[in-house]
Design a protein around this ligand. Structure first.
Ligand SMILES: NC(=O)c1ccc[n+]([C@@H]2O[C@H](COP(=O)([O-])OP(=O)(O)OC[C@H]3O[C@@H](n4cnc5c(N)ncnc54)[C@H](OP(=O)(O)O)[C@@H]3O)[C@@H](O)[C@H]2O)c1
Length: 182
């Protein structure tokens, strides 16, 4: 498919659905390389068709906020108990990514959660993270991300540093990953 056919009024609806299905994925710092690739490859289709993008789990299911480490325990009903990326060993290894966010957050007088969200907001105006929380004070903190301006130097620093961090553990258990069609 070429850029000129993507925006064509003749574009069959099934093709469009297929295209979108490919784009629906976790596009957050927790999967930064995949996220950036998806934004770049999906950009032409989404922009031409005027479709927005809501990144799945924009705070990496809470991990990118810096409030979770290898000692954190989750309620027995919490989905993260069966997510490979959330085993204590993998959480310990993945804290390198949170440290990166915390370093930038310190300079910006922000929180790691706000930097993770501000990074997404800085990508494209039609990329709209909707973080989940059950707590009003966190809702207010997360809304604060919209006021944080990341410069092109900040963005480069985040992406360069994050691309050197290896994320440990799969985002889903094997049987659930298969259901995503990836
Ligand atoms: N339809 C679906 O299939 C589907 C699947 C997954 C997610 N979602 C929805 O998508 C939304 C976001 O996804 P998500 O909840 O998976 O992931 P997320 O937004 O990446 O992370 C949410 C987690 O981060 C915590 N959190 C939020 N803000 C925080 C902050 N400032 N500091 C520390 N912790 C913070 C929340 O805990 P607290 O509640 O304790 O703050 C929650 O555990 C949610 O509304 C969710 O319901 C829908």
């Amino acid at each position: 498919m070429t850029p000129s056919t993507v925006g064509s009024p003749q574009l069959p609806i099934l093709l469009l659905i297929h295209l979108q299905a490919e784009r629906i994925s976790e596009t957050a710092l927790g999967d930064i390389r995949g996220g950036i690739d998806h934004i770049h490859t999906g950009r032409i289709a989404l922009e031409e068709l005027g479709i927005g993008f809501i990144p799945f789990s924009p705070l990496g299911k809470g991990f990118l906020t810096g409030k979770i480490d290898e000692r954190t325990t989750f309620d027995s009903s919490d989905f993260r108990n069966i997510v490979p990326r959330f085993t204590p060993e993998n959480r310990k290894a993945n804290l390198a990514l949170v440290d990166l966010l915390a370093g930038i957050a310190g300079r910006k007088r922000a929180t790691p959660a706000q930097i993770a969200l501000a990074w997404l907001l800085a990508q494209k105006p039609w990329i709209v993270p909707i973080p989940g929380t059950t707590k009003q004070h966190r809702l207010e903190e997360n809304i604060g991300a919209a006021a944080i301006e990341l410069t092109s130097d900040d963005l480069r620093e985040i992406e360069n540093a994050a691309s050197q961090v290896t994320v440990h553990g799969a985002r889903y258990p094997e049987q659930l990953e298969q259901l995503t069609g990836r």
